[in-house]
Design a protein around this ligand. Structure first.
Ligand code: FEO
Length: 162
């Protein structure tokens, strides 16, 4: 049985992961609108991954004997200034998510909930990868600057994401 504080934190994270999915889908739509299909594809794949994260939390709450409580998902913004602006926000968002995962871990530690700590281990590791991926793309966009040809090459590269 999950303690109430852990169950609440896990339910909040289902919502946060759904919001991440929504945010990346909104970013993907923006990149489509400026004809950068590769960036759009990368973000769309990321949106799907985030939905998978939400479902991992969802499945765990049920398996651990808790109650899933779904809440309204906040609407993300719809426009950005540039690909650089989008990926700066991706990185900032992933850092925020890392903080949220750490916060749930703190609650699980406080409640001596070893099963939830073990479950969260996957996410702790995943966040290292998520931040590293976003950091790399932000750095690549910074190096490229405003050279359209180079941005086009990066767009093609990111479009290869499966
Ligand atoms: Fe589910 Fe990108 O964190």
């Amino acid at each position: 049985m999950l303690k109430k504080s852990v169950e609440d934190a896990l339910n909040k994270q289902i919502n946060a992961e759904m919001y991440s999915s929504y945010l990346y889908l909104a970013m993907s739509a923006y990149m489509e609108s400026v004809s950068m299909k590769g960036f759009a594809r990368w973000l769309r794949v990321q949106a799907k991954e985030e939905l998978g994260h939400a479902l991992k939390f969802y499945d765990y709450v049920i398996e651990a004997g808790g109650t899933v409580r779904l809440a309204a998902i906040e609407a993300p913004k719809t426009t950005w200034k540039s690909a650089g602006g989008v990926f700066d926000q991706v990185l900032a968002h992933e850092k925020k998510v890392t903080g949220l995962i750490n916060g749930i871990m703190d609650t699980a530690v406080k409640e001596k909930d070893y099963a939830t700590q073990n479950f969260l281990g996957w996410f702790v590791k995943e966040q290292v990868e998520e931040e590293a991926n976003a950091t790399e793309i932000v750095a690549q966009i910074e190096i490229i600057g405003d050279i359209p040809g180079h941005l086009f090459c990066l767009d093609r590269e990111l479009g290869k994401r499966e």
